[in-house]
Design a binder for this molecule. Structure first.
Ligand code: BGC
Length: 736
């Protein structure tokens, strides 16, 4: 069924993008009038200014860019050039290019613009679709104030490997959770009407399997079985497509020998054939240029790479100049068919129509003034609160007691640019809240004693001395992520995911100091921190919490807000355990404590137990589970449990449902997340959590076909992926 721009699929509420017949007619008409060079121009994405000068926003229009736009040779631009330049360039496209086709500007608005949310890995720990959608709406509106039409987000790479720096940009290790995140983010970025001037086109990236790079090393090779690809890595992309995403970005790497940038199986058979994607595909930065020797080496030269990528289903060439230089020539000699070229151009024009660029090409230069930035900052504060995961809280050291003298330590305690995380944008550092500012704002009697840095030498005696007058020490630890040194994000893989520098010395010094010790982590990946986890009294995972981060984290630490975040990645004890994930297979010898012939490391506790498992997170109260039940009702499996807040204050539990298929034609994971439900509970209150899972969600992919989930299952209605009472149910036979 076609509904304007979006065609509704069978999945409830899901609408894949598809152009309406009237738009297709307009595109037909344009295609008839376009020259070969103009068609190629629509597939070319170049920088919006001179990158060499270091700042595309300052100075006059770059004449090379302006000329290309005016001649219709560059239909797409990348990197923010500021709203005035955007409008000047748009004027050239609309008024001076022969057919007046508008340009479209893409930029990486990943988790922030002027105001910044926590990094995506942090956001994922909120397990909150409404929050995600609302944030994406805000980011889109802020992006529009700079003329940005198109963001290269959400990043949907499932990642099971803490070594990979880009784990910071993704929603964690679980395909189900990442799929829900995908839908929320696409709907938020694009809104109900992407053409309303307040939304942007989303781009699902990096398609696909990028998070499985060998050794966790960025850009590295990926080998994945087709089953694992379909069961683990593709679902978030399918969900994003079915939610209406307008674009998809293939990844840099080689997948089972074939680069994703020229991979017909991924781009044509799967993305378009199976998922029904009708938007545009855009190469990652320069990746068509990487198809030739001495890089991937699947085409002899750039001209062949251009032809090969287009034939494989890559519509847009971002920044490798392959299409601009060679595509027309390849069409002229018949190596690239005219129909294939038209098809790619159609995809691009569809997205431009969907964004309303033909009707309203110019950005509203007054939009910034119309936005309520204070409200956005407040929204980011709530997001930061919800992303915090409380990993340990002994002796009830948190929430901080009123009147307690707190000594805050470490360079991360008061550095505004270190709060933001990867993909920093045009945020104003002076407006960012650090933890020091947050604690002060919440009325804490706090003294800041920087004492040590992330990478510098640590003076243990100074740390002990600074702790002397404290009732409680709050010590910050983690990774740098500022503009100068970045320890997470793109190409920041680490071979050792412990605390960088000499931060371990701080841990030992504080243990020796003997004061109540709260550790706060600012980081973009799960860290191997067994010593810290053991030594501290309370451990707060704050991630890189964004521009309002200090307020949000302090709110949780002071009890202004309850800790409600839950991990979306497993934490290792040691780097050597990576990749580490809860939804692993059992193996023939599942780990049993003390049994030397079950799968294990002799020098680390996993895989039997992560330092902190997926789904884990504490509140200031504890929750009791009772009457856990599962029943099969028609095409649904219904899970219910009575959850009681056992504490004397309000709390929020994230009730999680995990399932294991006991016997199948292939070995199935020990547990897989199938649903969750958030419950707000007053002290002493009990509520029943009810979670429905469609029977179809119990199936899986094997050998290219979908195998229905049948027979005996185990299930857990649980607070995390390790705990819960084991339940059973059966699908088919007596069970249905
Ligand atoms: C990254 C993408 C990003 C692109 C454009 C690449 O290096 O891999 O995630 O969208 O640059 O900035």
């Amino acid at each position: 069924m076609k509904l304007g721009l979006f065609a509704c699929a069978a999945v409830a509420g899901a609408c894949a993008f598809a152009a309406a017949p009237a738009t297709e007619k307009k595109i037909d008409d344009l295609l008839k009038r376009m020259t070969l060079e103009e068609k190629v121009g629509q597939l070319v994405q170049i920088g919006s200014g001179d990158f060499a000068s270091g700042d595309v926003e300052k100075g006059p229009l770059d004449s090379r860019v302006a000329n290309a736009v005016a001649r219709g040779e560059a239909g797409l631009l990348i990197s923010c050039c500021g709203i005035r330049k955007y409008n000047q360039l748009q004027k050239l496209a609309v008024e001076e290019s022969r057919l007046g086709i508008p340009i479209m500007l893409g930029h990486d608005v990943i988790h922030g613009c002027r105001t910044v949310a926590p990094i995506p890995l942090g956001l994922s720990c909120a397990w909150d679709e409404e929050l995600w959608r609302g944030l994406a709406e805000t980011l889109a509106a802020e992006a529009r104030t700079r003329g940005i039409d198109w963001t290269f987000a959400p990043m949907l790479d499932v990642s099971r490997d803490a070594r990979w720096g880009r784990i910071a940009e993704c929603a964690g290790q679980d395909p189900f959770l990442a799929s829900r995140y995908a839908v929320a983010m696409v709907r938020g970025f694009q809104g109900d009407n992407p053409a309303d001037g307040r939304h942007v086109a989303a781009c699902l990236k990096h398609y696909v399997g990028y998070g499985a790079c060998e050794g966790g090393r960025d850009y590295n090779t990926v080998e994945l079985s087709d089953d694992t690809l379909r069961n683990v890595y593709l679902p978030p992309f399918e969900a994003g497509v079915r939610a209406g995403a307008l674009s998809v970005m293939p990844a840099f790497h080689v997948m089972n020998g074939v680069p994703c940038s020229a991979n017909p199986y991924l781009l044509r058979d799967t993305l378009r054939g199976r998922f029904g994607f009708e938007g545009l595909t855009v190469s990652d930065w320069g990746s068509i240029g990487e198809l030739v020797p001495p890089r991937h080496g699947v085409y002899a030269n750039l001209a062949d790479a251009a032809a090969g990528a287009l034939a494989a289903g890559m519509d847009v060439d971002m920044m490798s100049d392959a299409y601009r230089k060679h595509l027309a020539g390849k069409v002229k000699i018949g190596v690239v068919g005219a129909a294939a070229l038209d098809e790619a151009v159609r995809h691009v024009l569809r997205v431009k129509f969907a964004l309303g660029l033909f009707e309203h090409p110019y950005a509203d230069e007054k939009l910034l003034g119309k936005l309520d930035l204070e409200k956005h900052a407040e929204q980011m504060r709530v997001a930061a609160r919800k992303s915090v995961v409380l990993l340990k809280n002994e002796k009830r050291v948190l929430p901080l007691k009123k009147g307690a003298r707190v000594v805050l330590m470490g360079e991360l305690g008061d550095n505004p640019t270190e709060m933001l995380g990867t993909w920093q944008t045009w945020n104003v550092p002076g407006e960012n809240a650090t933890l020091l500012a947050g604690l002060k704002a919440d009325g804490v009697d706090v003294v800041y004693a920087p004492c040590y840095t992330v990478t510098g030498a640590v003076d243990a005696a100074a740390v002990v001395a600074a702790a002397t007058n404290a009732d409680v020490v709050v010590a910050t630890f983690g990774e740098l992520c500022g503009p100068n040194v970045s320890m997470n994000g793109e190409n920041t893989s680490r071979a050792d995911v412990g605390l960088p520098g000499e931060q371990d010395k701080v841990v030992r010094a504080l243990r020796a100091a003997g004061k109540p010790f709260v550790a706060v982590l600012f980081n973009g990946r799960p860290l191997a921190i067994p010593e810290l986890a053991e030594a501290c009294d309370a451990l707060v995972e704050a991630w890189n919490p964004g521009s309002s981060g200090g307020w949000g984290v302090a709110d949780v630490m002071t009890g202004v807000a309850e800790p409600t975040g839950r991990l979306t990645v497993d934490f290792p004890h040691k780097t050597g355990e990576c990749p580490l994930y809860y939804n692993r297979l059992q193996t023939g010898r599942p780990w049993v404590e003390g049994n030397m012939w079950t799968t294990r490391y002799i020098d680390a506790p996993s895989p039997g137990k992560s330092l902190f498992p997926f789904g884990f997170g504490l509140a200031y109260v504890s929750f009791g589970y009772a009457n856990e039940k599962v029943s099969v009702e028609g095409d649904k499996v219904v899970f219910t449990a009575d959850v009681t807040n056992l504490g004397g204050r309000a709390g929020e539990e994230v009730v999680q449902v995990y399932v294991r298929d006991v016997v199948a034609c292939v070995s199935r994971p020990r547990r897989e997340l199938k649903g969750w439900r958030r419950l707000e509970l007053a002290g002493g209150e009990t509520k029943t959590a009810r979670i429905e899972v469609p029977v179809s969600a119990l199936g899986f992919w094997h050998a290219g076909r979908r195998v229905p989930g049948e027979g005996e299952f185990r299930a857990w209605i649980a607070p995390d992926s390790d705990r819960g009472r084991e339940l059973s149910f059966t699908i088919g036979g007596n069970g249905k």
